[in-house]
Design a protein around this ligand. Structure first.
Ligand SMILES: NC(=O)c1ccc[n+]([C@@H]2O[C@H](COP(=O)([O-])OP(=O)(O)OC[C@H]3O[C@@H](n4cnc5c(N)ncnc54)[C@H](O)[C@@H]3O)[C@@H](O)[C@H]2O)c1
Length: 351
């Protein structure tokens, strides 16, 4: 008879199906608010974290990245890709999974899908930045790029910042139709636009979330007026940006973790010492956010490991008692820790 794995060998695994059921059980908007609050709480203790720019492996088609972070008690990492051409093959541009481990033993304590969770946490982070930087009373946002992330972005701005209207634009009208259809019934007023300039008209929050492995210019200098907040999400790799350099030079720029954003973000277009503020500094009151009605604030979001860490911890806390996970026999854990080989022998057929 094959020995049963011990309890310590079993790691809770949240599948895509379980994640979807968890989101619906909590409520999508409630979850976006909960994630924004969880990320904000971790950004408040920024200095406790062991931080590093993500480890990126680039190819002609895209990038594969590992994103680790630890607060000394819990360690987390995410595996994530970014392949702009995947959509044409019927595949996700971004797919991910992640893990939390106990720093004391190094044993994993959670394994989870993170494709959905990345969309949720990216949107929650965007909304968190907007909560601190967008003009007071911002009610209209432009959403340029209507792909996989877009509905999450719009709903997080509604749930966290009180946005009421979203103006959509994508080079592919089918993407805009899909986004408008998915947002119907959410309480957001949705307007489909025929150009980026039309989408931006009258909006106080401008989100760019396009996928292209090149220096694209989604926002040109003449498109951006005074007083807006730009939420630039799609430029997140060397050689992949969305906002014209002239717009950056007119903006006060906020980032997650400057050493990573200087490599990957919009600011790769600027000299390495160009002043930027890390969002956590605004959150703890160490730096100023928006200081005037005419100021352009720009959140150069690339996605940072602490956001994934916060999101995984949120999921670990919220699955307790729900049954919305499976126990996976992930770790070899023999009764005698030195007898790993014996455990293998005892599992031989007929042994
Ligand atoms: N900052 C972060 O934390 C973070 C997290 C996840 C994804 N991303 C990035 O966000 C981007 C979007 O991701 P996704 O999963 O929604 O991708 P997606 O491929 O599903 O959607 C991208 C959309 O952008 C549109 N598009 C491309 N060029 C355009 C242009 N010039 N003008 C208007 N629309 C254009 C495409 O038609 C497509 O509908 C990617 O670049 C991804 O790497 C960033």
């Amino acid at each position: 008879m094959t020995a049963q794995p011990s309890a310590r060998a079993l790691v809770p695994f949240v599948s895509v199906d379980h994640m979807m059921r968890l989101v619906h059980r909590i409520g999508l908007e409630e979850m976006l608010v909960g994630l924004a609050d969880a990320i904000e709480a971790d950004f408040r203790r920024w200095e406790h974290f062991d931080k590093t720019p993500r480890v990126a492996s680039h190819s002609a088609d895209g990038v594969i990245e590992l994103m680790p972070a630890s607060d000394g008690a819990v360690y987390g990492f995410k595996y994530v890709n970014g392949h702009p051409r995947n959509a044409r093959e019927g595949l996700q541009t971004v797919a991910a999974f992640g893990l939390l481990a106990d720093v004391g033993t190094g044993y994993p304590v959670l394994l989870s899908e993170m494709t959905l969770l990345t969309a949720l946490r990216t949107a929650a982070t965007s909304a968190l930045a907007a909560r601190h930087l967008a003009p007071a009373g911002a009610r209209t946002m432009a959403m340029i790029g209507n792909g996989a992330q877009s509905e999450f972005q719009a709903l997080a701005m509604k749930a966290v910042c009180g946005v009421e209207e979203v103006k959509l634009y994508d080079v592919d009208p089918a993407a805009t139709d899909k986004c408008a259809r998915n947002l119907a019934g959410t309480g957001l007023q949705v307007v489909a636009c025929r150009s980026a300039a039309e989408a931006i008209e009258g909006a106080q929050i401008l989100t760019t979330c396009t996928a292209d492995k090149q220096h694209a210019t989604i926002l040109t200098d003449n498109m951006v007026g005074a007083g807006v907040h730009i939420n630039a999400i799609g430029g997140d790799c060397p050689g992949k940006t969305e906002v014209a350099r002239e717009v950056l030079l007119r903006s006060d720029i906020f980032v997650e973790y400057a050493p990573q954003t200087r490599i990957e973000g919009e600011i790769q277009q600027l000299p390495p010492r160009h002043p930027v503020t890390e969002l956590w500094q605004v959150i703890v009151g160490q730096a100023k956010g928006r200081t005037s009605d005419r100021q352009i604030t720009l959140f150069d979001g690339v996605g940072f490991a602490i956001e994934d860490f916060s999101a995984l911890r949120f999921v670990r806390d919220r699955i307790r008692g729900t049954g919305l996970y499976a126990e996976v026999d992930l770790l070899a854990d023999p009764d005698d820790p030195r007898d790993l080989f014996g455990m293998l022998l005892r599992a031989a057929p007929g042994a």
